[in-house]
Design a protein around this ligand. Structure first.
Ligand code: FAD
Ligand code: FES
Length: 331
């Protein structure tokens, strides 16, 4: 039996079967509810239920406390409806329609272990997205998610940053099989890792190709002359793993922007050696005046959320993230 789910105050409605997670039902109904990992680990789908009954499957206790549950909060990706429910999500609008489109490979440029894949969209199709969103590419019967790395203000195509993974069903194909001119199909735009309207300072934290959606957001801020203060903290294993660093100099001129690069291994005077979270704990004491946008490795995002909330006074609703969780059918 299905239950009616209503999002207020926008009054968007959809149906959820008791056996489905409510987030999956929302996405199936083309309601682009904020989400990230879809696995109870990142807090991106956290919201308040103001009416009705739900049951909650296993989730990471670090991202939803018992206190919050008592106040009515839940993680939609791990919740089943047990009656009609009402969710309070001020400011939610359903965004751009989710579409499945063909796209032609325009370029594959390899920089170290990252491929910059450019896709051209059919001239007669419009594809709108918010800076920071992602798409799902279908290849050989498998779906893989990739963040859009270009600004939505550039029309006609999309750019993706794909890290090489040995044995990776899609990333190896990008290296060894795919050719310029070939057609791929994708679904999007997806996700809610987008810049919020606020006057707070922005801390952007990413690992590896988590840089992709951040580049999209920063290029959009350049296009719209947004001068909010931004600190980017970007981590990689080694200095050789950084790519597109020319954008850091560009943004330092065009935006109110500074960057710190962190490496896990090696000693270089211009890099911090250690995890991005270590750098933040050593250099910041109070983040109550910040919004954090974190993207990339799941463990980094979980760790950063706990540290920022428990030690650095980050506001409860000031953490936004996109976790690059491996696909469930990863080989
Ligand atoms: C919302 C979202 C956005 C994403 N955006 C990007 C992006 O912009 N750029 C990008 O490079 N990736 C991104 N990813 C990860 C991407 O979807 C794939 O998981 C990744 O490219 C590996 O796919 P594959 O087919 O090459 O490897 P698979 O065939 O899926 O796996 C190959 C091997 O790599 C391991 N592996 C796969 N993915 C990961 C991972 N994320 N972390 C650690 N080990 C892993 C698997 O366990 C397996 O051993 C994103 C994921 C999500 C959920
Ligand atoms: S916790 Fe639900 S999407 Fe990550």
């Amino acid at each position: 039996m299905g239950f009616k789910v209503t999002i207020t105050p926008s009054n968007i409605e959809f149906n959820a079967e008791a056996e489905d997670f409510i987030l999956d039902a929302a996405l199936a109904a083309k309601v682009n509810f904020p989400h990230g990992c879809k696995n109870g680990a990142c807090a991106a789908c956290k919201c308040k239920i103001t009416s009705g009954e739900i049951s909650l499957a296993e989730y990471n206790k670090a991202v939803l406390t018992d206190e919050e549950i008592a106040e009515g909060y839940t993680l939609l990706c791990k919740s089943h409806a047990e009656s009609d429910i009402i969710i309070d999500l001020p400011g939610f609008v359903n965004g751009f329609p989710i579409r499945t489109l063909p796209a032609k490979i325009e370029a594959i440029d390899k920089i170290g272990t990252v491929a910059i894949l450019k896709l051209k969209l059919p001239a007669n199709q419009q594809f709108n997205f918010y800076a920071g969103q992602y798409i799902d590419i279908m290849y050989n019967g498998k779906n893989r998610s990739y963040s859009l790395a270009n600004s939505p203000s550039e029309s006609g195509g999309v750019e993706l940053h794909i890290r090489f993974r040995p044995g990776g069903a899609f990333s190896e194909a990008v290296w060894n099989e795919l050719k310029v001119g070939q057609i791929l199909r994708f679904t999007g735009p997806l996700g809610s890792f987008t810049l919020k309207n606020s006057d707070k300072k922005i801390m952007m934290v990413c690992t590896g190709t988590g840089f992709a959606p951040i580049k999209s957001i920063l290029e959009y801020m350049v296009a719209t002359n947004n001068q909010r203060p931004i600190e980017l903290i970007w981590g990689n294993y080694t200095a050789e793993d950084f790519y597109h660093t020319e954008f850091l100099e560009k943004w330092a001129k065009e935006l109110n922007f500074t960057a710190k690069l962190c490496i896990n291994e090696g000693n270089h005077s211009e890099y911090y050696t250690g995890m991005v979270t270590d750098y933040i704990v050593e250099n910041f004491t109070d983040l109550s005046d910040y919004e954090i946008y974190a993207c990339g490795n799941v463990a980094m995002i979980e760790n950063l959320y706990v540290v920022a909330r428990s030690q650095l006074q980050l506001g409860k609703t000031d953490f936004y993230s996109d976790a690059f969780t491996p696909s469930p059918d990863s080989i």
